[in-house]
Ligand binder design. Structure first.
Ligand SMILES: NC(=O)c1ccc[n+]([C@@H]2O[C@H](COP(=O)([O-])OP(=O)(O)OC[C@H]3O[C@@H](n4cnc5c(N)ncnc54)[C@H](OP(=O)(O)O)[C@@H]3O)[C@@H](O)[C@H]2O)c1
Length: 273
């Protein structure tokens, strides 16, 4: 379970309060669950979308208040249904929609990638963001309140990791979708931005290596932080802080942006010349 390094109850941000309605798709994941808890601590009404709406989850955020709805982002119908239910239940469009869903890929040889693996990555990471913007964006644009949509890309959306195949491509596409929707929704007062986390031990990291391998999260491997300028790995609070900034009116002139949250790791040269 997520233990926040920040007591979000002590935090106050303009535009994120009792009058705010937020939807966190992937609210049962590591970053999504942390976002749910932080938003609820700020007094925001949160609806969490989960592939399997398991109320017995150890996550005590939106699940405690019962605001948990089924959503498979690979299905346009399922995402549309989530949006319709949220708007029926609350009789308005949300102010903030955060997509925290995502799947990684098992590292292997390019010849071994199957149709199923390729489709899962692209449907979840790329089309999932598209369906979410399609389902919520127009209603948010019609609302006088405007709003904010936050996607999660990755530092590998900009930098190429050897052997990574479609995951990096999918995260580059998320940045491009962010820019597209920022342009299309901007005139109606809806901002669209993304964050790019660095590598962080969450269940998603287990995708990147075969189970039992040295870098599998479960193996408890110690990561080398010496290449990271800030000499530590990112925490869930680091990412949630940026998500809250993008959801609040502190970022009211920010749209189409991607915020890298990687301790500076992506600006360091990987090889010496
Ligand atoms: N951790 C990192 O190092 C890292 C780095 C850069 C970017 N990111 C990005 O951060 C985001 C959150 O990842 P995380 O680290 O928090 O991993 P996580 O704990 O595995 O969360 C991923 C979430 O995505 C959900 N999901 C997967 N497929 C879905 C589908 N078809 N429909 C609905 N939900 C689906 C999962 O739901 P279930 O609970 O139902 O499985 C899970 O809650 C992802 O976009 C990831 O790519 C992570």
């Amino acid at each position: 379970m997520f233990e926040s390094e920040i007591d979000w109850k002590t935090v106050s941000l303009p535009g994120l309060d009792r009058n705010t309605l937020a939807v966190v798709v992937g609210g049962g994941g590591a970053i999504g669950g942390a976002a749910v808890i932080a938003l609820e601590a700020l007094g925001v009404t949160v609806v969490a979308g989960r592939r399997i709406p398991d109320k017995s989850s150890s996550n005590k955020g939106a699940f405690a208040s019962g605001n948990i709805l089924a959503c498979d982002v690979c299905s346009q119908d399922s995402v549309r249904s989530l949006a319709a239910q949220v708007m029926d239940l609350h009789e308005r469009a949300p102010d903030l929609v955060i997509n925290c869903t995502g799947v990684g890929e098992s590292r292997g040889r390019i010849e071994e990638v199957t149709v199923e693996q390729a489709e899962t990555i692209l449907k979840t990471n790329v089309l999932g963001s598209f369906w979410i913007a399609q389902a919520f964006g127009p209603a948010m644009c019609r609302s006088e309140r405007g709003g904010s949509i936050v996607f999660i890309s990755s530092i590998v959306g900009d930098r190429v990791r050897p052997g990574a195949m479609l995951y990096g491509v999918s995260k580059t596409a998320v940045k491009r979708l962010t820019q597209q929707f920022a342009v299309d929704f901007g005139p109606s007062g809806v901002r669209v931005n993304s964050i790019s986390p660095g590598q962080t031990p969450t269940p998603l990291r287990n995708w990147f290596e075969a189970p039992g391998s040295a870098s599998n999260v479960e193996s408890g491997r110690r990561y080398d932080v010496s290449p990271i300028p800030l000499r530590r790995r990112g925490t869930l609070s680091d990412y949630v802080g940026a998500i809250l900034f993008l959801g609040s009116s502190l970022s009211s002139y920010v749209t189409g942006a991607d915020i890298k949250i990687d301790g500076g790791s992506s600006i360091v040269l990987a090889t010496s010349y």
